[in-house]
Design a protein around this ligand. Structure first.
Ligand code: NAI
Ligand code: MG
Length: 360
C-alpha cells in the first residue's frame, strides 16, 4: 500500500495497548483501508535485545515511513542504567532526528465522561480544543545553560531563545490545523516580560497576515491563558505556544477532561517528499509498571493516537471520526477500564475487552 506505519510498542503496558490498536488496523484492512505495518523495538525492550534503546536501523526505518506509532518506554528495571542508554533516550532520539517541532495535544471531552472531570459538567461537555506546543527549541534547549559558580554562590542558568523561523514553522502548523477545525488560533506567550515573547507575538501575527488571513488570531499572556483554560475552555479552538508554556498548559488542559488513559498526542515535523509530515504518534501516558502484565491498561489513549495518525498523516479524517465515535459509543454503553471507574465503583473490563468493544 502507499500507507506505511512503523509500530514501536516499547515497554510495560506499551505492547498491551498496541495489541488493541492492531485489532483496529486489521478492521480497517477488512474495509479496504490497509497499511504496510512494520514492528520494531524501542526503549528497554530494544536495550535488552541490542544494548541500545534505539538501533540505527530502527531510526532509519522511522525516517522512511509515513508515521511512527509508539506505545511507551521505561520501567523500574531500567532505572539503574547509564543515562546514555536509558529507555527515554530512544524516544528523545526519535523526536530529535525526525525534527518533530510541533507537538499536538488535544483536550477532548467524551460525553459519557463529562461527569468524570474535576470541573463542572457544563464547563467541559463537548469540549474539543488542541494545544500546539513548540517541541524542539526554547528554554529546554537554549545555550548557555548549566550551574556555574559566581563568587560564593552557585547559579543555575537556562536560556530562552527562539529564532523567527522556529516560531514561524510552528505557527504554520497551528494555522493549518485551525483551518481543518474551528478556524481560530490563540497564541500564548509572555510578551509583557520576555523578549522572546515579543518576537513570538510579532512573528505569529506576521505569518497569519501574510499566509492565513482567513484564520482568526488572538494573543493572550500565558498566565491569563491558564486561568481562561480552567474558567471557560470552550472559548478556544487551537492554542499555539512555546515549549515551556506548552508543557504546562497541555498538562493542565489534558486534565480538564479526565484520565491519563484517554489522552493521545502527535508530534509533527516538516513535510516529506510525498507531502505527508514527519510524524510520531503516542499516548501521553508512560509504561505504567504498576499495572503492566495484568490486562488492566486502558488502550483508548493509544487507539486515539492512531486516530490522529489517520487524520494528520493519511488524510483519512472521516475514518478518524468513525474511530472516535466508536470510542464514544463504547463509553456511552458504560464500558470502563479500571482507570475510568468513578468512586461509585462497578466492574471494570480488561484491555482486550475494551479493544474488542471498540472494534465491534
Ligand atoms: P505512567 O503514565 O506510566 O503512570 C502514571 C499512573 O497512571 C500509573 O498509576 C498508571 O497505572 C496509570 N496509567 C497510565 N497509563 C494508563 C493506562 N493506559 N490505563 C490505565 N492506567 C494508566 O507514569 P509514571 O508512573 O510516572 O512512569 C512509569 C514509567 O513510564 C517510567 O519509567 C517513566 O519514565 C515512563 N514514562 C514514559 C513515557 C513515554 O514513554 N512517553 C511518558 C511518561 C513516563
Ligand atoms: Mg509535561
Amino acid at each position: 500500500t502507499d500507507r506505511s506505519l512503523l509500530i514501536l510498542p516499547g515497554d510495560g503496558i506499551g505492547p498491551e495497548v498496541m495489541a488493541e490498536v492492531r485489532k483496529v488496523i486489521d478492521w480497517f484492512g477488512t474495509r479496504g483501508i490497509s497499511f504496510t505495518v512494520t514492528e520494531d523495538l524501542v526503549g528497554g525492550a530494544a536495550y535488552d535485545a541490542h544494548g541500545t534503546p534505539l538501533t540505527d536501523a530502527t531510526m532509519a526505518k522511522a525516517q522512511e515511513v509515513d508515521a511512527v506509532l509508539l506505545g511507551a518506554v521505561g520501567g523500574p528495571k531500567y532505572d539503574v542504567l547509564d543515562f546514555s542508554v536509558k529507555p527515554e533516550r530512544g524516544l528523545l532520539r526519535l523526536r530529535k532526528e525526525m525534527d518533530l517541532y510541533a507537538n499536538l495535544r488535544p483536550a477532548q471531552c467524551f460525553d459519557a465522561l463529562a461527569d468524570f472531570s474535576s470541573l463542572k459538567k457544563d464547563v467541559v461537555a463537548g469540549l474539543d480544543i488542541m494545544i500546539v506546543r513548540e517541541l524542539t527549541s526554547g528554554v529546554y534547549f537554549g545555550e548557555p545553560r548549566g550551574i556555574i559558580k559566581e563568587g560564593n554562590e552557585r547559579v543555575g542558568i537556562n536560556t530562552q531563545r527562539y529564532t523567527e523561523s522556529e516560531i514561524a514553522r510552528v505557527a504554520r502548523s497551528a494555522f493549518e490545523l485551525a483551518r481543518r477545525r474551528g478556524n481560530k488560533v490563540c497564541s500564548m506567550e509572555k510578551a509583557n516580560v520576555m523578549e522572546s515573547g515579543v518576537l513570538w507575538r510579532q512573528v505569529v501575527q506576521e505569518v497569519r497576515d501574510a499566509e492565513y488571513p482567513d484564520v482568526e488570531l488572538s494573543h493572550m499572556y500565558a498566565d491569563a491563558g491558564a486561568m481562561q483554560l480552567t474558567r471557560w475552555p470552550k472559548q478556544f479552538d487551537v492554542i499555539v505556544t512555546d515549549n515551556l508554556f506548552g508543557d504546562l498548559l497541555s498538562d493542565l488542559a489534558a486534565m480538564l477532561t479526565g484520565s491519563l488513559g484517554m489522552l493521545p498526542s502527535a508530534s509533527l515535523g516538516a513535510p516529506m517528499e510525498n507531502g505527508r509530515p514527519k510524524a510520531l504518534y503516542e499516548p501521553v501516558h508512560g509504561s505504567a509498571p504498576d499495572i503492566a502484565g495484568q490486562g488492566k491498561a486502558n488502550p483508548i489513549a493509544c487507539i486515539l493516537s492512531f486516530a490522529m495518525a489517520l487524520r494528520y498523516s493519511f488524510d483519512l479524517g472521516s475514518e478518524a471520526e468513525r474511530l472516535e465515535h466508536a470510542v464514544n459509543a463504547v463509553l456511552a454503553d458504560g464500558l470502563r477500564t479500571a482507570d475510568l471507574m468513578g468512586p461509585e465503583g462497578g466492574t471494570p473490563i480488561s484491555t482486550a475487552q475494551m479493544g474488542d468493544a471498540i472494534v465491534a
